[in-house]
Every structure is written in C-alpha cells, then in structure tokens.
Design a protein around this ligand. Structure first.
Ligand code: NAD
Length: 297
C-alpha cells in the first residue's frame, strides 16, 4: 500500500516537491492557505485537505515547506498544534528555512511527546525542487534522518546529517552566508578589473585558473555577458532572489548573535544586500542575488 504524506506549504518550492512524491508513488494530502496552490497540487495528483487535522489523518510522513519560523512553530505547536494530533508513528520533516532556535524548539517539543521530528532545510532553489536535485541539510536523531531518506531521496540528490535538532538550519545559514560573501567579492573584483580596462570574460578566465576561483565565478558569474544561462545573462531574472538572500543572512546574523560569534564578513554582506534591495526605483529585492554586481557599477 502506498505510504501517505501530509504536505503543508505548496508554494514555489513545496509545489514541485509534492509533485515529485506523487511521481514516486506516495499518496500526498496537501494543505495550503492559498486555494490556487492547493488547486495546482491537485492537478499534480495530490488530494486536498480542508484543514490541518484532515491532512495528517493516517500520515506516515508530515512535510512542511513554509515561509518562516513563526508559521512553522504555529503549525506544529502554538496554532494548529500538529504535535498533539499526529499518529505516534509519523515522522515530521520541516524543510522550511527558519531560525535554528525555532527548529530546536520544535525538536524539543516533539521529543517531549515521543514524536519523531527533524529539520531539513534545502539548497538548490526552485530548479532543484523541480528536478528533485535538492540538497537536504538535516538536524535531529541519526535514525530519524535515516528514516526520512525514504521520502527525501525522491525530492533531492544529496541528504546530509548535520547534527542534532537545529543543526540543519545552522548548516544552511553558514553556507548561504559564505555564498553571499563570495558573490559580493567576485562582483567587486570583476568591477575593479573592468574599471581598469580589463575584459570581464578574460579576467574571469584568469581568476578561474588562479587562487580567486570560487563557486560564484565558476557557476554563476555575476557580470553580464560573461556566462550563458545564468541570471546575469537575462537581466538578473529567475534564480535566487535578493529578498531570499536577505532572509538567510538575517538568520545567519541571528545565529551569530546567539553564539556570540564574530561574523564581520557576514554582517557586511547582510548590510550590503539590505542597502542594495531598496536603493533603486525598481525592486532590486526581486532580482537574482548576483545582481549585487550593479551595486559596484
Ligand atoms: P512560497 O511563499 O512560494 O511558499 C510558501 C507557501 O506556504 C505558500 O503557498 C503559503 O500560502 C504557504 N503557507 C503559509 N502559511 C501556511 C500555513 N499555516 N499552512 C499551510 N501553508 C501555509 O515560498 P517558497 O519559495 O516555496 O519557500 C518556502 C521555504 O523554502 C522558505 O522557508 C524559503 O526560505 C525556503 N527556500 C526557498 C528557496 C527558493 O529559491 N524559493 C530556496 C531554498 C529554500
């Protein structure tokens, strides 16, 4: 008999993730506050639930892909209170990007009720969700992460166990803070070269074979006209929006504050993206994050 998944949050990421579970033969019961998202999920083969309680009836897995921690905590604890309603055998997997403190709280409250729960934020964006190539960074008990692979492997290509509850969120915050820092550094170096008469393509080729080589330069060159198929080649549309990078940097700063860690580069990246997001009449926040190149132009 097909295993049953209750899926909460059928947005840009959750929609295609749920569709991949349908393709893999799971029965998926979908719940979202936006009727159009539920409708799309039904077209993909999900059944629609009228409310949270109906969605989790008989569920083997509960997966959520929600906008923020307050919403995730409300779903599991303070609002709908799923932790008190799920089958004791269900495994809860929150794939939303939230503060580590939120995931720790959900993990702790679940443990108090003998419910299995992990945090599993993702990297890979909408393309990764559609192509089932996401990377999952999991926090929780090793045995629960292992059990979660039964569903996660149909939505992603890499599944990592980062540590206890909240560790998945910490890993994601560290990764995206570093991504912001090397994207900004790459844009700054390219502009310095251009301002001094260099061709950005020639400079990119030199740095790719030199010690400045990094992922932003290699896979996601921010200078228009250097690389095909990246957001810089299409006016910075598509890709990973500035506003999502702002959210992730905010979470990294929150983690740094909690652990009293010095993150001067992350703090500068956070400030630059916040400044850049609002500095033009157009909404820079909706552009791809590599458009930070324009800040130096
Ligand atoms: P989205 O806004 O497209 O989707 C979120 C969905 O959650 C919406 O459909 C919304 O109606 C629904 N929702 C809100 N409250 C709800 C509730 N109480 N019950 C059920 N559904 C509810 O956002 P997204 O881009 O899909 O992102 C989801 C999460 O994934 C975020 O935490 C984001 O940071 C993370 N993420 C996004 C990307 C990306 O490229 N979009 C990449 C990696 C991680």
């Amino acid at each position: 008999m097909a295993k049953k998944v209750a899926f909460f949050g059928l947005g840009n990421m959750g929609g295609p993730m749920a569709a991949n579970l349908i393709k893999a033969g799971f029965e998926v019961c979908a719940f979202d506050l936006v009727p159009a998202s539920v409708q799309k999920a039904v077209e993909d083969g999900c059944t629609a639930a009228a409310n949270e309680k109906e969605a989790i009836a008989g569920a083997d897995f509960v997966i959520s892909m929600l906008p923020n921690g307050a919403i995730a905590e409300a779903l599991y604890i303070d609002g709908a209170g799923l932790l008190d309603l799920v089958e004791p055998s269900a495994l809860l997997i929150d794939c939303s990007t939230v503060a580590a403190s939120s995931s720790r709280r959900i993990g702790e409250e679940a443990k108090n009720r003998n419910i299995r729960a992990i945090d599993a934020p993702v990297s890979g964006g909408v393309a990764g969700a559609e192509g089932a190539t996401l990377a999952f960074m999991c926090g929780g008990e090793a045995t629960d992460v292992e059990a979660a692979k039964e569903v996660l492997k149909h939505m992603g290509a890499n599944i990592f166990h980062a540590g206890p509850a909240g560790a998945g969120q910490v890993a994601k915050a560290c990764n995206n803070m570093l991504l912001a820092v090397h994207m900004i550094g790459t844009a700054e170096a390219l502009q310095l070269g251009v301002d001094n008469g260099l061709d950005p393509k020639a400079l990119s080729e030199i740095m790719l074979k030199s010690s400045g080589c990094n992922w932003s330069l290699e896979k996601y060159n921010p200078y228009p006209g250097v690389m095909e198929g990246v957001p810089a080649s299409r006016e910075y549309s598509g890709g990973f929006m500035v506003k999502l990078m702002q959210k992730d940097l905010g979470l990294a700063m929150e983690a740094a504050l909690a652990s009293k860690s010095a993150t001067p580069m992350g703090a500068l990246a956070n400030n630059l993206y916040n400044l850049y997001a609002t500095m033009s009449d157009e909404d820079n926040a909706d552009l791809d994050f590599s458009s930070i190149q324009r800040f130096f132009d």
